[in-house]
Write a protein that binds this ligand. Structure first.
Ligand code: HEC
Ligand code: HEC
Ligand code: HEC
Ligand code: HEC
Ligand code: HEC
Length: 246
């Protein structure tokens, strides 16, 4: 810094004035660039190692077109609302969760790359009749299904989990491996009895947590490269870049 100042104050006029102005600008600009790079590097490293940092209010909480409760459909046992009151159906009966299997709705999870989300017709199969007539989410659902109003239209669900475009993820081999090797299943709500045949639905918690108890699905595992590679290494799955990157 001192040499920089003496350079600017230099008495003999060998250095042109434009250069004297430009040098400190470049020096300070250089500092700025270094500072910006440092922030970017820190961001990438934290992003790589853990959950994305919530920057400028960017987080995962967003509104789905219909508040779809996994608790009611995939959970088990008595249902309560947010205030702990027993939930009742439209005829006043206490509501038991339906305990539907994950694969009843996510039909392609055991055979394909994508798990798949059911078309509105599958929801309408039950909701044509089931549920209160004045329920706002079900009115939306029946409108999408074409039961009320004119014409059906798909529900534009927002994605909760999404890999970047350069990453390849396929469900099928994971479900196949985890059902055959239940000791690698993570976050299981109920203990996994390794002596019994494990159903595909029991494997989902490894990467998605306990969805059956979620009123709204959120991402609970970082699902960053480190997590994928660690598990691949521990379970003899490929760790070469091309296995997961296009
Ligand atoms: C009655 C149908 C139904 C059942 C049963 C069901 N789901 Fe879903 N699931 C949906 C719908 C509809 C969505 C999209 C709306 C949302 O994200 O809440 C969804 C979304 C998800 C998502 C988020 C997808 C994304 O965008 O990243 C995950 C993960 C998921 N379900 C896992 C499960 C698991 C695990 C089970 C079993 C415990 C299960 N689901 C049972 C209908 C169902
Ligand atoms: C097997 C039958 C069945 C299927 C299939 C089904 N549901 Fe349901 N759903 C129910 C039952 C039963 C309830 C509880 C009804 C009540 O509150 O009286 C419910 C409740 C709901 C609620 C809460 C309603 C409220 O008033 O709070 C929403 C929203 C909903 N379902 C959306 C969906 C969507 C979207 C799908 C398709 C992805 C779907 N359901 C598929 C049986 C089903
Ligand atoms: C090894 C980790 C892992 C397991 C196990 C897993 N998932 Fe996923 N799931 C992911 C990842 C990663 C994504 C995001 C994929 C993408 O963006 O390409 C995803 C996306 C989804 C989606 C939304 C996109 C789609 O594929 O339709 C649904 C729904 C879903 N998973 C359901 C399930 C269900 C149900 C199970 C259990 C039968 C399950 N997953 C098991 C990692 C996993
Ligand atoms: C719970 C441990 C586990 C986690 C977590 C996991 N994987 Fe895997 N993955 C496996 C295993 C084991 C296989 C090999 C299955 C088989 O074919 O026997 C595999 C296979 C794959 C394959 C197919 C490779 C091939 O060419 O055969 C891809 C792609 C893949 N994983 C991507 C991912 C990505 C991306 C993530 C992180 C989002 C991830 N995996 C997280 C265990 C895991
Ligand atoms: C088991 C799957 C898997 C393997 C193997 C794998 N990656 Fe990744 N990689 C991912 C996933 C998932 C992401 C996206 C999530 C993240 O940013 O961590 C990613 C992200 C990246 C990124 C972007 C990082 C960022 O912050 O944007 C780079 C660069 C990368 N990988 C390079 C590599 C190289 C090089 C190899 C081989 C030495 C490799 N990956 C092997 C799964 C994998």
């Amino acid at each position: 810094m001192a040499s920089l100042i003496s350079f600017i104050r230099e008495r003999n006029k060998t250095t042109p004035t434009w250069l004297k102005v430009l040098v400190p600008v470049l020096a300070l600009g250089g500092l700025g660039v270094v500072a910006i790079l440092a922030v970017i590097v820190a961001f990438v490293i934290t992003g790589w190692l853990g959950q994305p940092v919530p920057v400028l209010g960017f987080d995962q909480t967003f509104k789905q077109p219909i508040d779809f409760p996994h608790t009611v459909h995939a959970g088990t046992g008595q249902l309560t609302d947010a205030s702990g009151q027993v939930r009742r159906n439209h005829v006043g009966e206490e509501l038991e969760a339906l305990g539907l299997d994950c694969t009843y709705c996510h039909r392609t999870v055991t055979t394909q790359a994508n798990a798949g989300v059911p078309p509105v017709a599958q929801c309408a199969f039950c909701h044509q009749a089931i549920g209160q007539e004045n329920s706002a989410p079900l009115t939306q659902l029946r409108t999408n299904a074409g039961i009320i109003g004119d014409g059906a239209s798909p529900i534009n669900w927002k994605r909760v989990h999404r890999m970047p475009d350069h990453v390849r993820f396929v469900h099928e081999p994971h479900i196949r491996y985890l059902t055959a090797n239940p000791s690698a299943i993570g976050n299981a709500a109920e203990g996994v009895n390794e002596a019994e045949a494990v159903k595909p639905a029991l494997t989902c918690s490894t990467c998605h947590g306990d969805v059956a108890s979620m009123e709204q699905v959120e991402q609970v595992e970082p699902l960053k490269m480190g997590q994928c590679v660690d598990c691949h290494r521990d379970n003899g799955a490929p760790t070469d870049c091309a296995a997961c990157h296009h």
